[in-house]
Design a protein around this ligand. Structure first.
Ligand SMILES: Nc1ncnc2c1ncn2[C@@H]1O[C@H](COP(=O)(O)OP(=O)(O)OP(=O)(O)O)[C@@H](O)[C@H]1O
Ligand SMILES: [Mg+2]
Length: 449
């Protein structure tokens, strides 16, 4: 499975991890250098101390009146010793030691120069023709503590560096990717019928070819759709006059014919011409619905339009329509002619495909929710999803071409509304319901249900 992760997130985490890793490497390298330098300084201090103490110790030892004089140098003040020392003769006999010195730390025989024990670093020097030796010891723990503190001091900035770098990278990326995000949103938020070029101003160089390609594609699509729409509209329009003429001639012929068999044939031709004429009318409506222009410049009150259309149907199919209108006005940007096409198709469907024994509920609420509801068999969900397609019909004996819902859907999506189709109708166990919020006209279309 492919995961589409955010570029911003990926770069933010990647760059921060990279910067942290580099910093850690830098800390390790500078820690090693610092430790080496510190060791040199500590060694030099150790050597210096030994060289300083040795003459004093020699004088002290030589001036002793008895061989049993104090062998421990007195401490002037109580304190902890970092450096301890012992002064011994060549055989290792102790002559003098600092007050905290532990003779076990030192080797049995004195040695000159630097030596390491598991716990101490020791420096030895001799005087009086190698008869008196001094050895100064420094605990290694002291050095380790100094190295650790230096390391921690170098690591400490990381705690600030990580959040600051995460935030900084995130901020810079957000700033640089803003035109890309705007570009993506402008494609995402446009209605299905909006094929105008996408604004590519301010896009980073790397994304410009994509924008150019998208705009070129939109232009080609627009041209293809325009050609298709104008072909549909023109052919439907061109068919109208000859169809009307043919129908009139057939009707005249019907009245002149005495032979019942011939008359029956002519009636069939008349029916065929009539359905052809209806089809060309529906194709014209579809071309208009898909051609844009579903919105008008200023809002209109749709209540009287709905009342008029419902009355029109009522006169043709008495007592079948139950109309519920709001008390006030319902203003919508939907073009009144387009609204008339929409409502005609929905009511016509309800009357035609619904149970003839049950009424058709047509309602418009003050909030702009238009609902056309009828009784009848349930349309299964998989079929329901297909009904908006052109020429799609489901299990009906009624005449028709399968264009009504395609027209209604094109009007809804072209004007930023959503046409909801439900079966069974809401609040009942059977039937069919079509719902659309006419006050959403002019906004962006939402998902279809
Ligand atoms: N109110 C409804 N109740 C039950 N079924 C419906 C209803 N409206 C539509 N349908 C089903 O959806 C199908 C498609 O409807 P649509 O309006 O697109 O085409 P049509 O009514 O068959 O033909 P046309 O509208 O072109 O004359 C219908 O054939 C019918 O099966
Ligand atoms: Mg229909």
């Amino acid at each position: 499975m492919r995961h589409n992760r955010s570029l911003q997130k990926r770069l933010g985490v990647g760059l921060t991890l990279g910067a942290t890793l580099l910093w850690l490497l830098g800390v390790a390298a500078s820690g090693l250098v610092a430790q080496h330098e510190m060791n040199e300084v500590f060694d030099s201090a150790l050597e210096e101390t030994a060289q300083r103490i040795l003459p004093l110790a020699v004088t002290d030892i030589l001036n002793r009146e008895t061989a049993t004089g104090s062998r421990t140098a007195p401490a002037l003040k109580e304190h902890d010793e970092y450096l301890t020392y012992v002064v011994r003769d060549r055989q290792g006999a102790l002559l003098l030691q600092s007050h905290d010195a532990d003779p076990d730390v030192f080797a049995a025989l004195p040695r000159e120069g630097f030596t390491d024990t598991p716990t101490h670093r020791i420096y030895g020097a001799s005087a009086v023709s190698d008869t008196i030796y001094i050895e100064v010891a420094e605990p290694l723990a002291h050095r380790r503590e100094a190295a650790l503190e230096a390391g921690l001091a170098l690591l400490a900035p990381l705690f600030i560096l990580i959040p600051v770098s995460l935030f900084g990278i995130w901020w810079v990326l957000r700033l640089s990717l803003r035109p890309v995000v705007e570009f993506q949103q402008s494609i995402e938020s446009r209605g299905a019928s909006d094929l105008s070029p996408v604004n590519q101003d301010g896009l980073p160089e790397e994304f410009e070819p994509t924008a150019v390609a998208v705009n070129r594609l939109l232009e080609r699509l627009n041209r293809a759709l325009d050609a298709e729409r104008s072909f549909t509209a023109n052919s439907a329009h061109e068919l109208r006059t000859p169809l009307a003429t043919a129908l009139a001639k057939v009707q005249r012929l019907k009245t002149q014919l005495e032979d019942q068999h011939l008359r029956k044939n002519v009636v069939e031709i008349e029916e065929a011409l009539r359905s052809l004429s209806t089809l060309s009318g529906k194709l014209l409506e579809l071309a208009k619905a898909e051609g844009g222009g579903a919105l008008s410049q200023s809002p209109h009150n749709l209540v009287p339009i709905l009342a008029m259309i419902a009355r029109d149907f009522e006169s043709r199919t008495p007592d079948r329509i139950r109309l519920t209108l709001p008390e006030g006005e319902v203003q919508s940007l939907l073009d009144p002619d387009v609204f008339a096409i929409l409502i005609r198709n929905l009511i016509e469907n309800a009357l035609k495909h619904g149970d003839k024994q049950q009424p058709v509920d047509v309602s418009l609420t003050g909030a702009g929710i238009l609902r056309v509801c009828n009784g009848g068999d349930i349309v299964p969900p998989d079929q329901l999803a297909l009904l908006r397609n052109r020429f799609s019909r489901y299990d009906t004996k009624a005449a028709g071409s399968g264009l009504g819902l395609a027209i209604a859907d094109a009007i809804a999506s072209g004007s930023g509304m959503t046409l909801h189709l439900r079966s069974p109708a809401s609040g009942r166990a059977d039937g069919f319901e079509a719902e659309v919020n006419v006050t959403h006209a002019g906004g962006n279309s939402g998902p279809c249900t």
